[in-house]
Design a protein around this ligand. Structure first.
Ligand SMILES: C[S@@+](CC[C@H](N)C(=O)[O-])C[C@H]1O[C@@H](n2cnc3c(N)ncnc32)[C@H](O)[C@@H]1O
Length: 428
């Protein structure tokens, strides 16, 4: 496998590529490195490789000429990877594809980056090593080199070590232990001393599943879980952030289809479906808010049927969901309820299908941060949406669902489900 590294600082790589397994792989010729310095292709006597950015702004940009000449001189470049924070995230799957070799070229940026037209001259593959900014592409290139080289057959003592690691199975790796058997009173798990390889393999799978659920749950849907794996994880999730989240469905004051402020009808479907979402995601509660006495009486009758009346025995699951419903006259009552229950006023966040008058949106990540420390009340409106008097009293404003599409007329039940799911980032 040959790595062609285009860098202004070849010396950056010297020590890193000469130690450990990498050093051995270089010695045996299993991996080869060549360094191409764009400065060697500079044409002026100062060997200039950068210039000021068009349009102004701080820093310098790497010029096209020296880079073009550096790249053109590589006889068999293979895929041309440009290390950049704006690229596709480096992954184990990408490393495995690149390890098929026999060549790969890595272009390390410096300063503010590279003149964008380089991508029109060469088929560049932009790759990032994470959502942070390094001084230059060299440290990023080193990450990629290590991830790729160790997958080249023969690089590691035993080839299977690469198959058993984090990400190879789609899961994080199980914990590893070595001698001594007991260290400062901490013993190695008995299972690993049992000598029963089938049971040890099953235990390791379970530990990998647990670790992934705890730290990287977003990997689970792609991890090819078996029914047994799913069974193992059931009930292990813990309450998560859901219990800090409350939903309110406001029937008035809302806008009607002509933009007039009023109260709109209360539907059985909204009460049932949002209650079921609330129970499924383990929310703290679901407030049905309406200023009309007859609507509240109707809602009481409806929920009473399922939680206390004949519906309870007929469908206990439904009773469990509808038990989360609290019927209130106004939003203030819901806020007071939560404050009394949790000892803290909730962060009130409103939603709308429209963007006018929203100011700055509270993103989902920011709201998740709130959820980690305090209750959050997510407010949805029936009719054509919440009245301005409700909107302007909120602490935050969630962006609409699918704001960039021409059509966004979801039912409030669907919107509630989508927002709760996005907010809790509940991928499994
Ligand atoms: C200071 S950075 C330039 C950052 C650039 N102005 C931006 O905001 O995207 C200089 C060089 O470091 C490399 N670099 C920085 N962070 C990186 C990352 N997370 N992944 C890959 N390369 C990175 C790139 O080659 C980049 O051209």
């Amino acid at each position: 496998m040959r790595f062609h590294i285009v860098t202004l600082f070849p010396e950056f790589f010297r020590e890193a590529l000469s130690c450990g397994l990498m050093g051995k792989a270089v010695e045996s010729g299993l991996v080869e490195f060549s360094f191409i310095n764009p400065r060697d292709f500079a044409v002026d006597r100062h060997r200039t490789v950068d210039d000021r950015p068009y349009g102004g702004g701080p820093g310098m940009v790497m010029m096209l000429g020296p880079l073009r000449d550096a790249l053109s001189g590589i006889e068999r470049p293979g895929p041309m990877v440009l290390l950049t924070p704006g690229g596709e995230p480096l992954s184990q799957a990408m490393a495995a594809r690149l390890a098929e070799g026999p060549d790969v070229t890595l272009i390390c940026g410096r300063y503010e980056g590279i003149d964008a037209r380089l991508a029109e001259l060469f088929p560049l593959v932009p790759v990032s090593v994470g959502d942070f900014v390094l001084n230059g592409g060299e440290a990023a290139a080193l990450c990629l080199v290590e991830a790729v080289a160790r997958l080249v057959p023969g690089f590691m003592g035993k080839d299977e070590s690469a198959h058993e690691e984090s990400f190879s199975s789609g899961l994080l790796e199980y914990p590893q232990y070595t001698r001594p058997e007991v260290f400062e009173g901490l013993a190695v798990p008995d299972m690993l001393l049992s000598g029963n390889h089938a049971r040890i393999a099953a235990w390791r799978r379970e530990k990998g599943l647990e670790a992934t659920l705890a730290r990287r749950p977003e990997l689970l849907p792609e991890a090819g879980l078996s029914a047994r794996d799913v069974e193992f994880l059931r009930g292990k999730k813990g309450p998560g952030l859901g219990r800090n989240l409350y939903v309110a469905l406001v029937h008035g004051p809302v806008l009607d289809r002509h933009g007039k402020i009023g109260t709109v009808s209360l539907t059985n479907l909204d009460v049932h479906d949002i209650a079921r979402v609330s129970r499924s995601y383990g929310l703290g509660g679901y407030f049905v808010v309406t200023p009309l006495d007859d609507q509240r009486a109707l809602a009481e009758k409806l929920t009473g049927h399922w939680t206390r009346g004949p519906g309870r025995a007929a469908n206990p699951d439904r009773a469990e969901a509808l038990a989360l419903v609290r019927i209130r006259r106004g939003l203030d009552e819901a806020v007071e309820d939560i404050a009394g229950e949790r000892g803290m006023r909730p962060f009130v966040v409103v939603t709308s299908a429209r963007t006018e008058g929203a100011g700055e949106f509270t993103g989902f990540a920011r709201l998740r941060e709130q959820l980690a420390t305090r209750p959050v009340l997510l407010v949805l409106g029936t009719g054509s949406g919440l009245a301005p008097e409700v909107m302007c009293r909120a602490d935050g404003f969630l962006p609409p669902i699918r704001p960039f599409d021409a059509y966004n007329h979801l039912s409030v039940r669907s919107a509630a489900a989508i927002l709760v799911d996005r907010l809790l980032a509940d991928v499994y």
